[in-house]
Design a protein. Structure first.
Length: 260
């Protein structure tokens, strides 16, 4: 088994020291407390400062925790609150629809699955919490891209892979669909990432009406979509759209969002 990385251990020790001690500490304070040479401590502090994890007071020259660390911590709390608020509603959606339900958030040019409710049947299924889904070809990603400017910027920088013959990769077409999603309040992806699979997603907002995630159901196209008299697959089922939107509204209300 590979050993630990000493520089990372020291950086973590410095962050813990700044979090647990006085509000600000000087270079000598940090070096003496951790038994480090001043040059070593200064190099680590400088790197942490460049990344925004540590800030240096311009007058005293002392160090304190930086805003980036606070942002990461807040993101951790937000995701866990989102999961906690969504548990019951996601379970209800899976049970009512008979399909798989995902809860996703924007993360590194994709959608991170933070909660996964299995399809309520006896088939073998694999837990997908922690997996990533693309922004351009899933209902979760489309919703986030439509309502979150940060997600749209991440989409522009991402590789928009054509997973199937139905995948849309052209940015102008994606933007046009995003405008329609904002108007109607939900997104659909039919065989755009996985052949034979369709998904419906809706936005989750917080108390400030900021987009914080999305909820979606996934299932076989023959169950999620309508079927014409000739047997051809049509649009997604309106009743499932209603169910997904109601779940998203309920989770948003639990997060403090006003009615919408």
């Amino acid at each position: 088994m590979a050993g630990s990385i000493q520089s990372l251990e020291r950086a973590a020790a410095i962050l813990r020291l700044l979090a647990g001690g006085e509000r600000r500490l000087g270079l000598s304070d940090v070096a003496n407390a951790l038994g480090l040479a001043k040059g070593t401590a200064h190099g680590i502090l400088r790197t942490l400062q460049q990344e925004g994890f540590v800030e240096q007071d311009p007058d005293s020259g002392k160090y304190q925790l930086g805003a980036e660390l606070l942002r990461l911590g807040q993101s951790y709390l937000d995701v866990h609150e989102l999961r906690a608020r969504a548990l019951v509603w996601a379970d209800d959606l899976a049970r009512a629809s008979g399909e798989t339900v995902y809860l996703g958030v924007l993360h590194q040019r994709g959608v991170l699955i933070v909660h996964h409710v299995f399809r309520p049947d006896d088939t073998r299924q694999v837990l997908e919490v922690g997996s990533m889904q693309p922004l351009h070809s899933t209902a979760l990603g489309k919703v986030l891209t439509a309502f979150d400017p940060v997600a749209r910027a991440e989409l522009v920088e991402s590789e928009r892979e054509a997973f199937t013959a139905h995948t849309v990769t052209d940015l102008d077409v994606i933007d046009a669909e995003a405008a329609a999603i904002r108007e109607r309040g939900w997104a659909a992806a039919v065989e755009e990432t996985w052949a034979g699979v369709a998904s419906i997603g809706a936005l989750i907002q917080d108390r400030r009406r900021n987009p914080v995630g999305a909820v979606a159901l996934n299932g076989p196209v023959e169950r999620v979509c309508t079927t014409g008299p000739d047997g051809r697959i049509g649009p997604v089922r309106p009743d499932l759209v209603v169910s997904v939107r109601e779940a998203a509204r309920a989770i948003s209300r639990d997060l403090g969002a006003p009615r919408f």
